[in-house]
Write a protein that binds this ligand. Structure first.
Ligand code: BEZ
Length: 196
């Protein structure tokens, strides 16, 4: 699949005729929506795990030094916690552009943490997209994140903010938290010594 998924996403018309619908965020959307919304509610989706397996050449890295950001990988019985936003259809167009680096809209069932469920959308970077990096030893992923920065800022901020946001929501994600521990110690090693 081509690197730029904007046009593919804009040909997907689910929810176009709804006055509002739910969008599930599991990455940067948890801590920084950056778009207008009508309400937000902690929620989860079933059958997916969050993994730092997607390359970021345009936000948290560059083509020469790509960062790593979150995508969802199918896994039976898994639960991925995040945040649901009720939005209007016009909100999707700028998101399609912002998330053009391989993410595609996917229709999914959102389960609200305080009960109830709704059909909605999420963005997933699937294995066949050109920026997909896939699995690697956690230490290698943490090292790659430590070194990358792009137009949206340092790649470490993405991971550290996500880990913080999940903790504030009261959810554990061992993949994210293990990467956070490794990254924190790498950043300490890299920090210049302070004066005595
Ligand atoms: C997110 O859920 O934070 C997200 C949104 C768009 C693309 C990838 C992830």
């Amino acid at each position: 699949m081509s690197l730029n998924t904007t046009h593919l996403n804009q040909s997907l018309t689910h929810f176009d005729h709804h006055s509002s619908f739910w969008l599930f965020g599991y990455g940067s959307l948890i801590w920084k929506a950056g778009f207008p919304y009508l309400e937000c509610r902690p929620a989860h989706i079933r059958g997916w795990i969050r993994r730092f397996w997607q390359g970021s050449h345009d936000h948290r890295g560059t083509p020469e030094s790509p960062g790593r950001v979150a995508t969802l990988i199918p896994e039976a019985q898994a639960i991925c916690h995040g945040m649901a936003y009720r939005i209007t259809p016009e909100t999707l167009a700028p998101l399609d552009v912002r998330e053009k680096n391989g993410y595609l809209r996917e229709v999914t069932t959102l389960h609200f943490d305080d009960g109830g469920s709704a059909e909605g959308l999420t963005y997933i970077a699937t294995r066949d997209n050109a920026a997909f990096l896939g699995p690697a030893p956690l230490e290698n992923i943490a090292r790659q994140i430590a070194l990358a920065r792009g137009p949206s800022g340092p790649n470490p901020d993405y991971l550290l903010n996500l880990a913080d946001a999940l903790r504030r929501l009261g959810h554990r994600d061992e993949h994210v938290f293990a990467l956070e521990r490794m990254l924190t110690s790498l950043l300490k090693e890299q920090a210049p010594p302070t004066d005595p």
